[in-house]
Write a protein that binds this ligand. Structure first.
Ligand SMILES: Cc1cc2nc3c(=O)[nH]c(=O)nc-3n(C[C@H](O)[C@H](O)[C@H](O)COP(=O)(O)O)c2cc1C
Length: 203
């Protein structure tokens, strides 16, 4: 049995969503007694014969089903794709029926994060698309409450639905001060919720 961890599961083609994932992980690691496990998913291809290497070119290693089954909570992140999560992440989620049948994720906390190239390019809609399968799994969704002061101050990313990043049309804006503060807040909150909800799962 591994030590308790929150799974930070993300897909990132150009690195923007990965920056947010790392900030959420840093927030989780600030809470004693629980750690962050960063995992990604392989890209999907229109070429039927394409097979992904087992080692990703950059970032975290690929998530297994066991990574998800055994986590204490989940932070899931994707760049927006026309206001929706990326197919690669959806493909991974579509492989989780066995966990759903066994109720493996019921009463575990979850949250979502995203990155877009335009400021009103669908951040909140994308976060909602990731929320839906988590509700089917019986997870307890946690956004970012307005006690996170940066929600009032940000002029870029950061929403009450979850952390977000405005990467700019060339995807070259790095995560700024407010986006970082909100991602860390979200990570800390998720870790605290995972600890608080644990007794409920053991009933
Ligand atoms: C097929 C496709 C659709 C996209 N749709 C949107 C969109 O609707 N709104 C938006 O602002 N950005 C859109 N983008 C841009 C990415 O979401 C954005 O560059 C994001 O920051 C990339 O994150 P990453 O660096 O983690 O890959 C799209 C990109 C692709 C490839």
């Amino acid at each position: 049995m591994s030590d308790p961890y929150i799974l930070v599961l993300y897909y990132s083609q150009q690195g923007a969503t990965r920056q947010l994932a790392e900030q959420i992980a840093a927030g989780i690691e600030e809470v004693p007694g629980i750690s962050a496990r960063l995992r990604t998913v392989p890209s999907v291809s229109t070429v039927c014969e394409a097979v992904a290497s087992e080692i990703p070119p950059e970032g975290a290693v690929y998530a297994s089903l066991d990574d998800l089954r055994d986590c204490e909570g989940l932070a899931i992140g994707s760049p927006t794709r026309f206001g929706n999560m990326a197919a690669a992440l959806k493909y991974y989620l579509d492989s989780t029926s066995s966990l759903w049948m066994n109720g493996a994720l019921i009463n575990k906390p979850a949250t979502a994060f995203t990155s877009t190239s335009s400021i009103h390019g669908g951040q909140e809609a994308t976060l909602m698309t990731m929320l839906i399968p988590l509700l089917h799994h019986g997870m307890v969704y946690a956004g970012v409450p307005y006690s996170a002061k940066a929600l009032f101050d940000t002029t870029s990313g950061g929403t009450p639905y979850g952390a977000s990043h405005f990467a700019g049309p060339k995807n070259d804006r790095t995560v700024d001060e407010h986006e970082r503060a909100l991602a860390r807040f979200q990570g800390r909150r998720l870790a605290k919720l995972a600890k608080a909800l644990k007794p409920l799962r053991e009933e």
